[in-house]
Ligand binder design. Structure first.
Ligand code: A3P
Length: 331
C-alpha cells in the first residue's frame, strides 16, 4: 500500500516509485533504491528524476559532490568563496549572512524539489555552482559535459557517526530514534544515504583517475591537516588560480578562516532556522573532528567496518587511514 509521501507524487512518478525496492528510511518512513542507490525520500526521488530529465549542464558549471556528512558544507563554502572572491569583500561576505546551502544549492534537495524547471536566469552567474549527493553514474548531462566536479570523501568511520547523529536530530518524532546498532548494521549493508557508501565514493574516485581535469577528489582528513594547500588545489582545478599579489596578501588564509568550522558554527545565521527539507542548520555543525568514531564504536564494529573497507576499496588505490590507532584496551 502506498504511504503518505508516495501518495503526494504525481502519477508519472508514482508508478516508477512503487516498482522500486524500498526499505525503512533514515529520515522518512521509507527510502527507495533507484539506479542502484538509495534516495532518502519519495520527494527526493521525484526531484532526482526531474533533474535527470531536464538539467542541461554547461561546460563552465562547477559541481560540489559528496556523500552526506563528508564535509559538503565546508567544500561548498570554500568553492563559493574562491569563485566569488573578486565580487565580495571578505569582511562583508555572503557566507557571513547566509547559510552556504542557500548559496550553493543541491539539485535533488532544493532546486528540483517540487520543480521541474528551476529558474537559472537570476542568481546563477557563470560559472554556475551546484551541489549533489547523487552518484556519478546517475548525473545525467553532467557526465557528458566538460564541467568540473569537486568531490569530498571522509573516512567511513567518522562519516557514519556524523550521519547517525544527524539522522537522529532530523527524524520526525513519529519515527523515533535510530539505535547505534541498527544504524550501523544498515550502513554496513549499504542501505541509505545515496549509498552504498563504497559505490558512491568509488564512482567519483575512478572518474577522477580517468578524467583528472574534470573530477577532483578531496579527503576531509587531508583538508583538516592543511586546508590552504587544498584550497590551492581547488583554485587551480576550477581555473581560479590566485595571483601572486593575492597570495602575498594572504587571501588563501582569509578564505580558509572565513570557511572554518569555528567561524561558521558561531554565526547567528547558522545557529537557528532550517535549510533544505526543513532540516535544522545547527545540526550541520557538530564537532568536525577526525577520529571521533572511537568514542562510539565497539571493537566488533571497528572490525566489521575495517573488513568492509578492505573488501570494497582494496585494489582501488583509495585508502583510509584509521585515525586514531586502536585503543590499547582493545588489543
Ligand atoms: P561531525 O558530525 O563529525 O562534526 P556535511 O557538511 O557533509 O553535512 O558534513 C557534516 C560534517 O562536517 C560534520 O561533522 C560537521 O561538524 C563538519 N563540518 C561542518 N562545517 C565544517 C567546516 N566548516 N569545516 C570542517 N568541518 C565542518
Amino acid at each position: 500500500m502506498a504511504d503518505h509521501e508516495e501518495k503526494n507524487l504525481s502519477n508519472e512518478y508514482k508508478e516508477l516509485l512503487l516498482s522500486l525496492p524500498k526499505e525503512r528510511g533514515w529520515i522518512a518512513r521509507h527510502e527507495y533504491q533507484y539506479q542502484g542507490f538509495w534516495c532518502p525520500t519519495a520527494d527526493t526521488f521525484q526531484a532526482i528524476v526531474n533533474f535527470q530529465k531536464h538539467f542541461q549542464a554547461r561546460d563552465s558549471d562547477i559541481v560540489v559532490a559528496s556523500l552526506p556528512k563528508s564535509g559538503t558544507t565546508w567544500l561548498k563554502a570554500l568553492t563559493f568563496a574562491t569563485v566569488n572572491r573578486h565580487r565580495f569583500d571578505i569582511k562583508n561576505h555572503p557566507l557571513l549572512t547566509s547559510n552556504c546551502h542557500n548559496l550553493v544549492r543541491f539539485f535533488e534537495l532544493d532546486l528540483y524539489a517540487n520543480n521541474q524547471f528551476p529558474d537559472f536566469s537570476s542568481n546563477f552567474p557563470e560559472p554556475r555552482l551546484f551541489a549533489t549527493h547523487i552518484p556519478f553514474p546517475s548525473l545525467g548531462t553532467i557526465k557528458e559535459s566538460n564541467c568540473k566536479i569537486v568531490y569530498v570523501c571522509r573516512n567511513p568511520f567518522d562519516t557514519f557517526v556524523s550521519f547517525w547523529y544527524f539522522v537522529n536530530k532530523s527524524r520526525p518524532q513519529s519515527l523515533g530514534q535510530l539505535s547505534l546498532d541498527e544504524a550501523f548494521d544498515r550502513y554496513c549493508q549499504g542501505i541509505g544515504g545515496y549509498g552504498p557508501f563504497w559505490d558512491n565514493i568509488l564512482g567519483y574516485w575512478s572518474e577522477s583517475l580517468k578524467r583528472p581535469n574534470n573530477v577532483l577528489f578531496f579527503k576531509y582528513e587531508d583538508m583538516k591537516k592543511d586546508v590552504v594547500y587544498h584550497l590551492k588545489r581547488l583554485a587551480k582545478f576550477i581555473d581560479c588560480s590566485f595571483s601572486e599579489e593575492e597570495e602575498c596578501n594572504g587571501v588563501f588564509e582569509d578564505i580558509a578562516k572565513l570557511c572554518s568550522f569555528d567561524t561558521m558554527k558561531k554565526l547567528e545565521i547558522n545557529k537557528t532556522g532550517t535549510f533544505v527539507m526543513n532540516l535544522e542548520k545547527k545540526s550541520l555543525f557538530r564537532k568536525a573532528e577526525v577520529g571521533d568514531w572511537v568514542n562510539y564504536f565497539t571493537p566488533e564494529m571497528e572490525e566489521r567496518m575495517s573488513k568492509l573497507i578492505e573488501e570494497k576499496f582494496g585494489g582501488s588505490g583509495l585508502t583510509f587511514k584509521r585515525i586514531p590507532e586502536l585503543p590499547a584496551e582493545w588489543n
